[in-house]
Design a protein around this ligand. Structure first.
Ligand code: AMP
Ligand code: TRP
Length: 321
């Protein structure tokens, strides 16, 4: 199966990104033809700092590598992404773009920064996916509308210019965890929220312990999974289970007579241990930028080979060649 996914190089990767998305890519990578991309061209559609963008890109690449993802490349280095985005722009109704949820949300969030790139964000995303004739796209539910948009545009193109694109499907795994904020477990853990409510992969050991000890729970004092009434402790149980690969029922049993404080202390230590290995590898990659650049260069060449074939086909179908 051919698989494509991407993450924007904005902000730090947290355990929600890891458990909800990247961990799944690791399984997929072994058995499929995967293209994992650093979406720098998407990152510049919201306010950003040009002085730190390149650093963020290399840091994200080092993060991926430290987690074991190596079929990796940078979006802007494969020019076919922008070329295909322009070509398919010409068949996309503007009204459809104006109705997209993410465009509406981000326009509200950054009122002073509603640029044409933000409106056309889904077109570039469709180009990313269609360029590789990807069959599955592993992303979170928040990206569902963008994948449906991609299918609609692929279908329209095929009707207008002849059978060209594969219709991609979203891939949401059954065991994909949704990690909630440590301070408000009704909300998703997010890089842009309260940093005390979010555990970043690169957090210092004492920070991790402090954040877990300060996580919101309830007054009942029973360690039991109940996503409806005990959102805080349920979230911590999910994190424990994902990092230890133990079933939640087993963890509940082990902590039957223990206090929230004891459970939190153990969870903090588990995270420290698991993330220690990641941080060691991450720092090694960061200190060897030549190696990281070499991986990215190989990734670029591999992606380009596939992408250039699709562009040739599209140009011909559209009458440009
Ligand atoms: P973002 O941080 O919004 O750029 O998302 C990158 C990827 O991580 C997407 O596939 C999201 O669906 C996923 N993701 C982000 N936050 C969480 C979370 N709290 N729990 C699970 N998955 C998440
Ligand atoms: N928009 C995605 C996000 O915010 C990132 C992304 C860019 C992407 N291009 C993609 C995801 C193509 C999947 C496929 O998470």
């Amino acid at each position: 199966m051919r698989i494509f996914s991407a993450i924007r190089p904005t902000g730090e990767i947290h355990i929600g990104n890891y458990l909800g998305s990247i961990k799944e890519w690791l399984f997929l990578q072994d058995k499929n033809e995967c293209y994992f991309c650093i979406a720098d061209l998407h990152a510049i559609t919201t306010p950003y700092n040009p002085k730190t963008l390149r650093k963020n890109i290399l840091s994200l690449a080092s993060t991926y590598l430290a987690l074991g993802i190596d079929s990796l490349f940078i979006q802007s280095e494969v020019k076919e992404h922008t070329e295909l985005a322009w070509l398919i722009n010409t068949i996309v109704p503007v009204s459809l773009l104006q109705r997209m949820t993410q465009f509406k949300d981000k326009s509200k969030e950054h009122k002073e920064y509603i640029n044409a790139g933000l409106l056309n964000y889904p077109v570039l995303m469709a180009a990313d996916i269609l360029l590789y004739k990807s069959e599955k796209v592993p992303v979170g539910q928040d990206q569902k509308q963008h994948i449906e948009f991609t299918r609609d545009i692929a279908l329209k193109f095929n009707k207008q210019f002849g059978e060209t694109f594969v219709l991609p499907e979203i891939l949401v795994s059954k065991n994909q965890a949704k990690i909630m904020s440590l301070k408000d477990p009704t909300k998703k853990m997010s890089k842009t929220g309260d940093p005390k409510a979010c555990i970043f992969l690169k957090d210092k050991e004492e920070e991790i312990i402090k954040k877990i000890m300060g996580a919101k729970t309830d007054t009942e004092k029973i360690i039991k999974f109940d996503a409806e009434h005990k959102k805080g402790i349920s979230n911590l149980l999910s994190i424990y289970s994902a990092f230890s690969d133990k079933a939640i029922a087993l963890i509940e049993k082990e902590y039957k007579d223990k206090s929230y404080a004891e459970f939190k202390k153990d969870l903090g230590e588990l995270l420290v241990l698991k993330l220690r290995d990641f941080k060691k590898k991450y720092n090694e990659y960061l200190n060897h930028p030549d190696y990281v650049l070499d991986v990215l260069d190989k990734g670029k060449k591999r992606a380009q080979e596939k992408a250039s074939l699709t562009i040739k086909e599209v140009r011909k179908k559209m009458g440009l060649d």
